[in-house]
Design a protein around this ligand. Sequence first.
Ligand code: FAD
Length: 406
Amino acid sequence: MSQSQTAIEQLSGRPLTILSEDEQMFRASVREFAEGELRPRVEKMDAEGELRQRVEQMDEHQKLDPALIKQCFDLGLMGIETPEEYGGAGGTFFQAILAVEELSRVDASVGVFVDVQNTLVNNAFFRWGTPEQKEKYLTALASEKVGAYALSEPSSGSDAFAMQTRAVDKGDHYVINGRKLWITNGIEAEIFVLFANANPEAGYRGITAFIVEKSFPGFSVGKKENKLGIRASSTVELILEDCKVPKENVLGEAGKGYKISIETLNEGRIGIGAQMIGIASGALECALRYTGERQQFGKAINQFQGVQFQLAEMATDLEAARLLVYNSARLKDAGINFVKEAAMAKLYSSRVAERVTSKAIELYGGYGYVKDYPVEKYWRDSKIGAIYEGTSNMQLQTIAKLIIGK
Ligand SMILES: Cc1cc2nc3c(=O)[nH]c(=O)nc-3n(C[C@H](O)[C@H](O)[C@H](O)COP(=O)(O)OP(=O)(O)OC[C@H]3O[C@@H](n4cnc5c(N)ncnc54)[C@H](O)[C@@H]3O)c2cc1C
């Protein structure tokens, strides 16, 4: 029996949202961490603070608490799927999705911090790393080093292959020049999967993936963005000025960067779907609690059918989004094509997150509009789901291509 056949056999008959014993234990441990360690820090990490441009000047606001980063490593959350031989937890992609959902239920910034490491960076190494690269980088990424994924540039977002960053072959090394923009985890990261065009005449077939270390000469971190949501997650510019990258740090083959970027993002967007259902479930829980406590006209507002129906709509939206996300993750683990399902999951769950969080604000009334209560943050955090790892229009384009045919 093939590997995917075995995986299907194991899953068949099991409803999508029913977790195996391992999955239940794993989710419970992430929830314990999120409730015990993360929740008390969320407000401070999101807070305004003075906008700082450079990491060394940053205060404790708009920044991940370093203690949490260490705990993420200690709990095995930074190498969930990484094989045990590289010091990882040897888990499944579905477990990574559960972790991102659980963390985002409390704070979507920590959700995306763990998501980028697992679904983009580690994933790129599993798929395309040489045995030496896996040994060196997967081990570091599972135990102490944060990774980032650098594709976007100031003038190339949706049209990512129009990148201007150039790599020139100098024999035993490449010299890279250019700028990357919007790079998540850029402040904390030491290892970057970075895309540059090494043969512009060949168009997108010149794009190559490089492993760039923060310490490489010519590499620096530029401006940090001041954002609407996921404010504790760092989003930065990267500057490459004659950055020298050894030849052995090409990831996959030279000229295959376009394939690496498409395929890692296909998987990554299931992680963004997980972030979105985490946000929606956090907001829904708040709304359920608050509407049971808030009294108007002599009774709890959840006694009004108008409010009950809104809560029911929110729960139904969330359930539908969760099914899409879980199904694409389970397809991926079973080795079955999941590209259309992943695009649908991201598209739909980001819309659900925006709808559910917005409705939660309304159910809190005026209290929903102020920072003393948690729901306005969920709403701010939800907006990014329609933008990164392919905008909603890009997801629609992928889905349309796959249902209409080329
Ligand atoms: C907080 C944050 C974190 C990020 N993290 C990362 C990261 O870690 N690594 C990384 O590489 N990038 C990252 N990004 C970049 C992100 O992936 C891009 O912002 C995104 O792909 C959109 O690109 P753009 O901003 O250039 O918008 P554009 O591509 O300019 O799009 C603008 C609008 O035009 C629409 N549009 C564009 N082309 C078409 C078309 N052909 N058909 C229909 N509509 C179209 C889009 O849907 C969108 O509505 C991040 C961005 C943010 C804001």
